[in-house]
Design a protein around this ligand. Structure first.
Ligand code: ZN
Length: 420
């Protein structure tokens, strides 16, 4: 059996913090010490859940999956949300195509994309459970032959699936620091220290539950993540709380205007854009997407980039070509700008609590955890060269001894295989 564990929002940085504090992370450490760890593994843009999860399961960047979370369609003049769109084959679909069986516990990326609610042979199993701990219990009871919820019915295991996945968003939920938190012991963070404490607590608690999974016999394990996170609107990295709590959207718009471009700031998803607008800006917390509506000349484009890049709160500002180097979809935007932590741009409400985001390009967002362990995996291998999300799916398929996924672009990580 192959078990794909997905920890949404698990930055490599959260692992480095959690492993050295208190009880540490013995099970993650074991995966690394006795398995293969991708030490420099990176996601693409936008570093948002749906686009990056679909990249993980299909081995292709948003440029191929078509999922970029949200974009402004210049033809219909409307904002389009891409939802769970994935134009590429998933690992589960590739496995089914080759006659293998699958199951997914809360792994929504396989729902009706290989695993089907109510289908006992390849079930999508879900029970609105709040955290990894409870989902691990659900997975184990499924493997032990108990009836588990799938769609509107209960299903019982017919035979051990060849490919099984489990998903949990505990870390991502703690990062966003909203009203819903995965464990009753947690309180919403008001300071950077509290936010890191919450992240460490959550990683260590998940590590404990992970230990139960690693006991499964005759199994190959992979633990991957879609993106990390960054704090904003809080005192951090030499910036005061007062300064960090000011939305920077107005300054961004002014910088674009001073470059000679009259851009319109979209107020909401359903806002109507003035017919004569030269350009449009969409803000989402820590990211901004700029669209040219009347093709400006090269000189203006250059000035816009220069003007945005000169802003102290901007971390990165990429033109279309530069975005493509991170796998972005061609219609994503003409200019992509992200703030550096702890600044934000706008489109979100700031309250007494710290803000957490991952729509950015900070190292703590882009550098994600990924490790393989168990049957067929090289022991104690640390892959230190740069690897990227699209390499995950074709490597998993190789370990399942099948080809695919059909649209995968990433290179198989042959070095982690025990049998080369
Ligand atoms: Zn996510």
């Amino acid at each position: 059996m192959f078990l794909y564990i997905n920890w949404d929002g698990f930055s490599r940085h959260w692992y480095e913090k959690a492993r050295t504090v208190g009880a540490g992370t013995p099970n993650l450490d074991r995966m690394i010490a006795l398995g293969a760890s991708l030490e420099n593994h990176y996601c693409g843009i936008p570093a948002i859940t749906n686009p990056m999860q679909q990249t993980l399961v299909s081995g292709a960047w948003p440029e191929k999956t078509g999922n970029c979370y949200a974009y402004f369609d210049k033809n219909t003049k409307k904002v389009v949300m891409t939802g769970r769109l994935n134009l590429c084959e998933s690992i589960a679909e590739a496995a089914l195509r080759r006659g293998l069986s699958c199951a997914s516990v809360h792994g929504w990326y396989f729902e009706n994309r290989g695993c089907v609610p109510g289908d006992a042979s390849n079930p999508y199993i879900q029970n609105s459970l709040p955290n990894f701990e409870t989902r691990v219990e659900l997975l184990l009871s499924y493997l032990e032959g108990e009836a588990v919820p799938s769609g509107d019915v209960l299903v019982t295991i017919q035979k051990r699936p060849n490919f099984l996945s489990i998903y949990a968003d505990d870390i991502d939920t703690v990062c966003h620091n909203g009203e819903r938190l995965p464990y009753p012991q947690l309180q919403r963070a008001k300071t950077l220290d509290q936010w890191y404490e919450n992240l460490v607590y959550t990683v260590q608690r998940m590590d404990k539950a992970l230990g139960k999974l690693l006991e499964l016999p005759d199994t190959t394990f992979a633990l991957a993540a879609d993106h990390g996170g960054m704090p904003y609107a809080t005192a951090a990295f030499g910036v005061s709380r007062e300064e960090a709590r000011v939305p920077r959207g107005a300054e961004l718009m002014e910088a674009i205007r001073s470059a000679g471009l009259d851009a319109y700031l979209l107020k909401s998803m359903h806002d109507t854009v003035p017919a004569d607008a030269q350009a449009l800006v969409m803000l989402m917390g820590t990211q901004a997407q700029l669209y040219y509506l009347q093709a400006p000349d090269a000189e203006i484009r250059k000035r816009v980039l220069k003007s945005i890049r000169s802003l102290a709160f901007i971390d990165r500002c990429l033109d279309e070509q530069q975005q493509q180097a991170y796998g972005s979809w061609k219609g994503f935007c003409d200019v992509y700008a992200v703030s550096r932590s702890p600044y934000f741009l706008g489109g979100v409400e700031v309250n007494e609590f710290l803000g957490g985001s991952h729509a950015g390009m900070e190292e703590s967002i882009m550098h994600v955890f990924c490790a393989f362990y168990g049957k067929g995996i090289e022991q104690g291998l640390r892959v230190t060269h740069r690897t990227t999300l699209p390499q995950f799916a074709p490597t998993v398929c190789r370990l399942l001894s099948i080809d695919g996924p059909a649209d995968a672009k990433g290179l198989i990580l042959n070095e982690i295989l025990e049998e080369k």
